[in-house]
Design a protein around this ligand. Structure first.
Ligand SMILES: [Fe+2]
Length: 398
């Protein structure tokens, strides 16, 4: 095991989930329902144990643009230390970015913003405007992760956690289960502003953050994460593919036009143009999202994708994902409790009954709300079919 200023960095290859389960036996409290599955976090603070990264910014590949730049490598070490020392619940340290870093950011920001206006989804653009007002999204300012995290918490309950480098798909998806998004804080090397061989803050801030402020998209992201907890390696790979071809490279239909919501495209001007031009010329493979094809499509990380997928809506993608999640073999179902920020195992009749009681309270609330809205003669909510809602929830209109 190598160390970084006294902090242990364990290469991912050495990780052994059985050992981790032993190490973290106490983190599952007295609930032994999960004993037969791969270890997974039960409470949000368990994510502190998931910070095992492939590389921590000190270990750049020889073809990385910053490989021969000692100043850049020293800077990356600082970002790695911040991420590795971070504990759940702490404030994310603010970074004083250098003029060189801000210049790199500004070049990409201006180019991306220009093409987003035309091709990004409506949800993305709406939330981007809010981030400009609330989190300092500007060409001459790299937004602070803490400010974005505060904004996301207000919008969807998502929060950011700084990360030193690549996490395994299992660890990354586990964070989503708790509405925690692992986010890099360093920026790409200034010699090549429009290229990065790894996720950086441009990718995260310009690509991911605006969509995480959308409630439906946030729920979709969390459901992928929940499905991954305790799943086999094969199933985690399928879920990672679903994540990749939606959250990273997904397209959607908006007023009969294709729009983009995937962060990998929204943070790469070159690939975004490749997709747009390819669609116009009929030269890229674009197909409707379906789990079977998505799971059998290779995720390319060093070049453009060979195939892209679109959804009619996020709700449609959710239904596909739920079918996949239902096919994953686990001895119990899991549910997230946002009040305690813990994952509950629905492994007994008593536990299921507790959840049913909570849901009954919500259903009563909905029935009562419908009654009040329909009793208000001034209310003109003709877009909503209340009979359909009642039928869906199997409740009587009052
Ligand atoms: Fe990403």
């Amino acid at each position: 095991m190598e160390t970084l200023n006294g902090i242990d960095i364990q290469p991912k290859e050495e990780l052994n989930f059985d050992e981790m389960a032993e190490d973290d036996a106490n983190s599952n409290g007295d609930d032994d329902d999960t004993a037969d599955t791969a270890w997974f976090p039960i409470k949000i603070s368990d994510l502190d144990n998931f910070q095992k990264v492939y590389m921590a910014g000190t270990d750049l590949d020889a073809d990385h643009p910053g490989f021969k730049d000692p100043k850049y490598r020293k800077r990356r070490k600082l970002f790695a230390e911040i991420a590795i020392c971070f504990k759940q619940g702490q404030t994310i340290p603010r970074i004083k970015y250098t003029p060189e870093e801000i210049e790199t950011w500004g070049k990409v920001f201006n180019e991306l913003k220009r093409i987003h206006d035309r091709y990004a989804s409506a949800e993305y653009k709406q939330n981007f405007r809010e981030l400009e007002k609330e989190a300092g999204y500007r060409a001459d300012n790299i937004p602070q992760l803490e400010d974005i995290s505060v904004y996301l918490k207000k919008k969807t309950g998502f929060q950011i956690r700084p990360v030193a480098g690549y996490l395994s798909p299992r660890d990354f998806l586990a964070g989503l289960a708790f509405r925690v998004f692992h986010c890099t804080q360093y920026i790409r090397h200034s010699s090549d502003p429009f290229y990065t061989p790894e996720p950086d803050c441009v990718h995260e801030i310009m690509g991911h953050m605006p969509m995480l402020a959308d409630p439906s998209f946030a729920q979709f992201s969390q459901e992928i994460g929940m499905a991954s907890l305790g799943a086999s390696e094969d199933d985690v790979k399928k879920l990672a593919n679903c994540y990749f071809f939606t959250v990273e490279f997904g397209l959607c239909v908006e007023n009969d036009e294709l729009k983009i919501y995937g962060a990998g495209l929204l943070s790469s001007a070159a690939e975004l143009k490749h997709v747009v031009n390819g669609i116009r010329a009929g030269q890229i493979c674009l197909q409707k999202f379906n789990v079977e094809d998505v799971c059998n499509t290779e995720c390319v990380v060093t070049s453009y994708q060979k195939r892209y997928f679109f959804n009619e809506s996020i709700e449609e993608a959710k239904m596909e994902l739920r079918n996949l999640a239902a096919s994953i073999k686990k001895p119990f179902e899991l549910r997230y409790n946002p009040y305690t920020q813990t994952v509950q195992t629905l492994s007994s009749g008593g536990k299921i009954l507790d959840i049913a009681k909570q849901i009954k309270g919500d259903v009563f609330l909905i029935a009562n709300a419908i009654k009040k809205i329909q009793g208000n003669e001034n209310e003109n909510d003709s877009d909503v079919d209340f009979d359909q809602i009642c039928q869906f929830l199997d409740v009587q209109k009052m």
